[in-house]
Design a protein around this ligand. Sequence first.
Ligand code: WAQ
Ligand code: MG
Length: 631
Amino acid sequence: MTMYSIKMRASKQDRHISGAEKIISAAAVTETVTQLADRALHHALGQADFVNLKIEAVDDGELRHLQALPVRSSFAASVEDSFTVMRSLLLQLQVEDPDTLIELLRHAKPMRGAVLYDVATNKRLELDQERGIRVTYMDASQSSSDGSCKDHFREALVLATKVANTPGMLAEICISDDPDYVTGYFASKQHGYVRLSPLKNAGSSHGGRIFIFDSSKADPQAAIYFLEKQKVLVDGIPAAAEPQNMRVEIARQLQQLRQAKLHRSLRTMDSQQSSHVTTGGKNMLLLASNSYLDLAAAPQVKEAAAKAALTWGAGSGGSRLTTGTLRLHEQLESALARFKHTEAALLFNTGYMANLGAITAFAGKDSVIFSDEYNHASIIDGCRLSGAKIVVYKHNDMSDLAKKLRQTTFHKGLIVSDAVFSMDGDIADLPQLTALGKRYGLLTMIDEAHATGVIGATGKGIAEYYNYSCQADITMGTLSKALGSEGGFICADKIFIDYLANKARSFVFSTAQCPAAIGAALESLKVLEAQPEMVRHLQHNIRFFCRCLQQEGIEAHSETAIIPIVIGDESAALNIAQELYDQDILIPAIRYPTVAKGAARLRAALMSTHTEAELSRAAAAIGAAVAKSRK
Ligand code: WAQ
Ligand code: MG
C-alpha cells in the first residue's frame, strides 16, 4: 500500500500559528488535506495567511514501525518536585551532570527544534543552534478519532518513541511551549515515557527539548539522519493518557482491597426488609437491620406511604425553598419537634446530609469542633467540609474532652457526638457533654440515628434515656432506621432551624423528599407514640440476646439494638459471618475502614419482632462459629 507523508505549516504575518504532520494511506490524503487546511484557516491564533502543505509518497521499504514507549505519570506537588523526579531519572542513566541539562532545558532560548546534547563530550551537536534539530516524518499508525485539534500527549509520545529509538540516544526531556500546558516529560528506552506534571507554571510560554546523546555509542550524523529523515509509524499509541492510567490505577486499588480482604460488594435482597429476608435464594434470619421496630414492613406504615404518594404525588418537584415544600413536610416537622421536645425541626434527604448540612452551617474556619473519635463518617465529613479546626477527643471520655476544651483558644464552635455509637452500640454521656458545652459557650450536637425508637422508656431517644435532665442544642436524627422510612432531620430551637433553612447547603440545594417517605415517617411516629410496648419489646430482646451470648462465653454488653461481637482479624470475622450465612443467619462482618484495622467484628442489630427462639438459636450458632475460629 502506498503511503503518503503530509506536512502542514501555517503562519500569519510570518508568525508560526500551526503545524502538523501525518503519514497516511493514499485513500486518506484528500480528507486529511481538508482537515489540515481547515485547522490552519480556523486557528485560535488567527486565520493563516500562508499555508505550506507538502505531500510526498513514501516507499514501503522506507517505513519503519516502532512500538510506542510505555507511559506512566508522575504528578508532583510543585514544579521543583517534578524536576527532582527528572534529576533522579537522569542519574539512573549515569548522566554525570543532570543539573546542567535541566538548567539548559529551563532557560534555553526559544527554538523550533531541539538541542542535541552529547554526554561524551559535553557539547551541543546541532549545527544550527538557533533552529535546533527538528524531528519529522513520523505519525501514529492508528490516527486519533479527532484530527481537528492538536493532542499534545499523542504527538509527544510519537516523537519521543522515535527519539528513544535513535541509535546512541540516552534520553529526552521536554517542556511544552503551550502556556496552558504544564505537563512535560522524560523519555528513554529504559524508563519509557514518564509524564511529569507540573514542569512549569501555567501562563509561561517557555518550552524546550533536549535530546541526550552519547557519541561514544553511535555516530552523531547517523542519529541526526534518523531523527530528520527516517519515516516512522508508531504502533500502540493510546487514545489518551489519563483515562487509561486511571483505569490501571483503579484496577490496582481494587486488587489491593481484595488482597486485604477489604473489598465489598452489594448484597441484593429479594424481599422487603423485616426480621426475615430472602437473599441469595434463601430465607434468612436477619440480625442486621436498622429498621429496629420493623416499621419499614409494618402494614399501616406501607399503607401511609402509598396513600401519601396517591394524594401528594410521586415526587415533590422542587427544593424546599422554591416549590417543593408540601403541607406534609410541615406536618412531619411539627411532629418530630413535638417528639423530640424542641421548638422546631427541619427535614433533610438523608441523615448523612443532615449532619453535613448542619455542621457546615454551624461551624466555619473561625470555629472549633470537638468530635468523638468514634463519630459516624457523616459527622467526620461535615467537620472536614466546614473548614473548622477539628479536635478529636477520646471515645466518650468526658475528662479528655474537658482537658481539650481547657486548651482551646477558640470562642465559638461545636461539640458533636453520636448518641448511640454505630459500631459499638454504647451511649454518649450527654449530661456531662451538655454541661461542658454550657461551660465553654459551645453548641452541643447529638446524632440520634441509632437512638430514636430504641433508647428511653418510650423510645424518644437520649434525652428521655437521661430522664430529660439534659438536652443538646442540636438534635440530629434519621427517618431511615427505627422510623422505617428514609431521610434525616434536625430538631432545635426555632432560631437554629430558621438559620439552617437558609444556610445548610445540603438542605438548600436538594429536591424536597418525596411524599411517600414523609407519609411513612409520619405514620411511624404515630405508631411509635401509640404503641410504646414495641420499644419495650426491643429492649427486652437486647437484654435477652446479650444473656444468650454471655452463656456462650461471648462478651456482649449493650443497652442498644447494636450488639458488637468483636473478632479482631478481618478474615476470621469474614469466615464466621460465612459460617452463620450457611446456617441462614445474616450478620455481616464489619471491617476497616468502618472500624479500625484489626478490630473487625460481627455487628448484630436487633428488632422488636425477633422472637426469643430466633435469638437463642442465633446466639448458639455464633458461639459455635467463634469457638471453631479460635481453634
Ligand atoms: N522536533 C524537535 N524539537 C521540537 C519539535 C520537533 N518536531 N517540535 C517542538 N520541538 C521543541 C521546541 O523547542 C519546542 O519549544 C519544544 O520542543 C516544545 O514543543 O504527556 O507540546 O510542541 O501530556 O510545545 C508534552 C506532552 C507536550 C506531555 C510537548 O511540545 C504529556 C509539547 P511543543
Ligand atoms: Mg507547542
